[in-house]
Design a protein around this ligand. Structure first.
Ligand code: MG
Length: 263
């Protein structure tokens, strides 16, 4: 099932995306069935089908917190001249960094080097603490594409990552949440202006999704809508004014954002 959050005129709602009857999923012919309330629990769907092409897709979730995981692919740790960590290396991105599909990533004037990081994003569906890895599926609502945008120069200068990872617009998420997805089979591809820059596989995560949920939930309570960014594969690089960056995970969808100068 695909869960979206969308705007239509002045209304904002969650909804379920449904393919046209008898067809494979195609965004051009699919429709959105709005829901009352939120997708964390039993769904209360409205008997209404809106053409997907007529709504504006928003970030599919409004997380209370986004937990990023650093150096979770051996090839990316190597390109950063860093060792693979012995336990997950976590940081936080503020909820205000989240933007949706087609929203603009703004390069702040404080940085000369802003990078994309295409990632598989885990969306939590239930409030939980101390979840065992083998029980993680029960607290996961689904998966979406994420871009852990990072001011690389400030990351190196500060030591702490709150500023480098925390600017407004530095956490694109979307285009929707896929609830039926095997993260170990995920292929993550990042392209900039149509040129392939990153190609990773969920099978290559050093700490898998279950381990990450166990580790993070041993530290902090996870809330419905919280997001865990699972880390980026090799091939990171700079974004410039006017670039189009796309993070695509077959089986989920493609998240595209334009880059501009801003504050
Ligand atoms: Mg990252």
């Amino acid at each position: 099932m695909l869960i979206t959050r969308f705007a239509l005129e002045s209304t904002v709602a969650f909804g379920v995306i449904e393919p046209a009857e008898g067809e494979e999923f195609d965004p051009a012919s699919a429709s959105v069935r709005p829901m009352r309330g939120h997708p964390y629990g039993e769904l209360d769907l409205v008997d209404l089908a809106l053409p997907l092409s007529t709504v504006r897709l928003l970030a599919p979730v409004l997380p209370a917190k986004v937990i990023g995981i650093g150096k979770n692919y051996a090839d990316h740790a190597a390109e950063m001249n860093a060792d693979v960590p012995e336990e997950p290396l976590a940081f936080l991105k503020p909820s205000t960094s989240v933007i949706g599909p087609r929203d603009e990533i703004k390069i702040p004037e404080q940085s000369q080097r802003v990078d994309y990081e295409g990632e598989l994003a885990v969306v939590i569906g239930k409030m939980c603490r101390h979840v065992a890895a083998e029980d993680a599926a029960a607290v996961i609502l689904g998966y979406t594409c994420g871009n852990d945008v990072t001011a690389r120069d400030l990351q190196k200068r500060d030591g702490q990552w709150a500023r480098a990872k925390g600017f407004d617009t530095f956490c694109p998420l979307g285009p929707w949440i896929q609830t039926d997805f095997d993260p170990t089979s995920a292929r993550i591809e990042t392209t900039v202006n149509g040129e392939l820059r990153q190609q990773g596989s969920g099978a290559d995560l050093i700490f898998g999704v279950g381990q990450l949920v166990e580790w993070v939930s041993s530290v902090m309570t996870l809330l419905p809508g919280d997001v865990i960014l699972t880390g980026t594969p090799a091939g990171i690089g700079q974004l410039n004014d006017g670039d189009h960056v796309k993070v695509e995970i077959p089986g989920i969808g493609a998240l595209t954002n334009e880059v501009s100068l801003g504050d």
